[in-house]
Write a protein that binds this ligand. Sequence first.
Ligand code: GTP
Ligand code: MG
Length: 211
Amino acid sequence: MSWEIIKAEYVTSAVKASQFPPGDEPEVAFIGRSNVGKSTLINSLCRYNGLARTSGAPGKTRTINFYRVSLKRDDGLRRSLFLVDLPGYGYAKRSKSERQDLHEWTQHYFRESSRLRLVVQLLDIRRELQPLDVEVNEWLREEGLEVQPVATKMDKLSRGAAGAALRMLHAKLGLPPESGMLGYSVLTPSGRTELLARLVEAVEFDATDAV
Ligand code: GTP
Ligand code: MG
């Protein structure tokens, strides 16, 4: 059976644990370099332009933003989860006190959120995997979090080149053959069905029928 998103709404923005929204919905977080397309992908997934604020210039998202998303299964079962949009890493020009790597309070979020089921790490299909991407990927996994890498902006390359770049990212991240990299383009659009299925799998909605 498949799930579809029927509603998405902004709930709150936070920079510390006391500001995280109450509730017991599972969470899926989106992380990646500044300008990789995190906020745009959330809008595409929810088919709701303007839900998360996006920008052509890096450094747009500066707080941890929570969006409540309601889903409905073919048979009518409903569940909800939070999509969590985080500030990007790798952008040094914000201010002297802000660093290149994951913000302290972003790290704090990853450590504190007991409802976090999956971290979607976005990588630009046109860029080589950077040491910072690998560091963040390893740090998240060391924290015991499940990480799903997704290459964004697939439309920027030809089909063949995008396929080759996807395989290269997969190899450089050292992923086992069975754990697939996903690709996404908000323009074509492509990758949405696969990513949505991955999210639903991670939050185990199909396993909680009886709840
Ligand atoms: P920060 O909040 O600064 O960390 O950035 P972000 O990762 O949230 O990026 P954002 O969603 O604001 O998008 C950055 C730029 O990439 C925007 O100009 C988007 O239109 C563009 N973009 C995102 N996804 C795609 C895509 O699939 N295809 C193309 N062609 N452009 C995209
Ligand atoms: Mg953003």
